[in-house]
Design a protein around this ligand. Structure first.
Ligand code: PLP
Length: 456
């Protein structure tokens, strides 16, 4: 298995051929899931005592299994937050694996961690955080949010009076489900400002002031969203930052989806105040065109994160020795052994330069504006709200939730598009509506028009 023989050579050539073919396709087949029993019937037993051989296993993947997946980079995949990794980043993801580098400690990973840190310095510069701010790449936004909020909670617990208290996070209904889920992981209470629209400091102040005093003193962090996943809304970051400063609360900004738009001159002003955050989440695997999985967490004061996350162990001591001489990414987030998942971003940035990234992010914003115009001109549909960042919420006049569901399945079944409905909260009620989220610069105006035509 660890020998280099003809089977390994042939397998390698097959893999390279597949990769070249896949990354040069601009419109890959929009696959569909199958039931597990159906897949099993098609591929049979794949794990056997003697192995089925690389050729056979690869053929099953290429001819059957990959067809039961939906490519995230299909230009008419506008569901959830899609993605569109650059070809350079994908190729460098292969190199990241091939190089077998341990990304936890400088002692083992210096050259690779250097690449990640180059990309991280650039990310920090986009936010305008002060000198000394820095961060690390994580497996995604969920892990970044968790890492940041654990740092916040541990920092709060530096005050011994808070040691036995259950902490509270305040955010809004628009916050991503991962913030609520990670609060559960941390056994922390979460209080939501009830509006899905932009979170204003005034609403936050009102909610906070109305809390009983014993609850007020258990609040340790406010989470604002810089680009809600559902609608692309950026909270009042400046106002929330000032509120946090006034109350001595940790200010976390979740820009997992929207953070890429810090690059876009057309919307940069909407992020004003982000530079005052104590921590920020940005997912390069969303709007910075990295392959999965790559999130990032940035800290105003990384030393606080180190106190919270640095792991102790007799076999780990050598890595922290003077001999290691460098930055240890493991100390700033929840994971010990880690892939150098920032390397593909670094390579692609180094190859293409920042201007091309700017252009590609602006494409997503322009596509949302174009979609807004097409929707306004179309008698069958109407905007639910103005497009925000690269998200567009719109309704098909007269449709029920079931109509939206059937429409999604029909377009997917035909292999034409994946566009999914969502719910939009107004007051206490939720309306089912359609949603576009644009990331892929290869999506065209015609793609949007053709999708809208399927609603007629
Ligand atoms: C705003 C926001 N935060 C957090 C997340 C979670 O990120 P991940 O899925 O990378 O863990 C998402 C994912 O869509 C998101 O949009």
């Amino acid at each position: 298995m660890h020998n280099i023989d003809i089977e390994v050579v042939e397998m390698t050539l097959d893999v390279m051929k597949y990769v070249i073919n896949r990354i040069t396709k601009t419109s890959p087949e929009l696959g569909k899931p199958k039931k597990e029993e159906e897949l099993k019937a098609l591929v049979g037993d794949t794990i056997t005592s003697k192995g089925i051989g690389g050729e056979k296993a690869f053929q099953l993947f290429r001819d059957v299994l990959v067809k039961a997946t939906v490519p995230i980079d299909h230009p008419r995949n506008l569901a959830f937050v899609p993605a569109s990794p650059t070809r350079a980043a994908i190729m460098f993801d292969l190199i990241t694996s091939a190089s077998s580098i341990h990304g936890a400690y400088w002692m083992e990973g210096a050259g690779g961690i250097f690449c990640e840190n180059e990309a991280m310095h650039w990310l920090v510069s986009l936010t305008g955080m002060p000198k000394g701010a820095f961060g690390v790449f994580t497996s995604g936004g969920t892990a970044a949010n968790l890492s940041a909020l654990v740092a916040a909670r541990e920092n709060w617990r530096q005050n011994p009076e808070n040691n036995d208290l259950k902490g509270i996070i305040i955010t809004s209904v628009g916050a991503h489900s991962s913030v609520k889920a990670m609060a559960k992981v941390m056994d922390t209470e979460i209080i939501l400002v009830p509006s899905e629209e932009r979170l204003h400091a005034d609403e936050l102040k009102k909610l906070f002031t109305e809390l009983p005093v014993d609850k007020q003193r258990r609040v340790f962090s406010i989470v604002a969203t810089a680009g809600t996943t559902n609608a692309g809304i950026i909270d009042d970051l400046d106002g929330v930052a000032d509120f946090c400063k006034d109350k001595n609360l940790w200010f976390h900004v979740d820009g997992a989806y929207g953070g890429g738009a810090l690059l876009a001159d057309s919307v940069r002003h909407l992020f004003n105040g982000i530079e005052k955050a104590d921590s920020i989440t940005i997912d390069p695997h969303k709007w910075l065109f990295s392959p999965y999985d790559c999130g990032a967490v940035l800290y105003r004061n990384p030393e606080i994160a180190k106190v919270a996350h640095s792991q102790e162990g007799s076999y780990l001591e050598i890595f922290k020795d003077e001999g290691a001489h460098g930055f240890n990414p493991t100390d700033y987030q929840i994971q010990l052994t880690r892939r150098l998942r920032g390397m593909p971003l670094w390579f692609s940035l180094a190859m293409h330069g920042i201007d091309k990234y700017k252009w590609a992010v602006e494409c997503g914003i322009s596509l949302a504006i174009t979609a807004g115009e097409l929707i306004t001109e179309d008698d069958y549909v109407e905007l639910v709200r103005e497009p925000s960042l690269s998200c567009v919420l719109f309704r098909r006049k007269g449709w029920t939730p079931e109509d939206y569901r059937n429409w999604t399945y029909e377009n997917h079944r035909k292999g034409f598009a994946l566009v999914t409905p969502t719910k939009w909260k107004q007051g206490d009620s939720f309306e089912t509506v359609a949603r576009f989220c644009f990331i892929n610069p290869d999506t065209t105006k015609k793609d949007i028009a053709d999708i809208l035509a399927t609603m007629h």
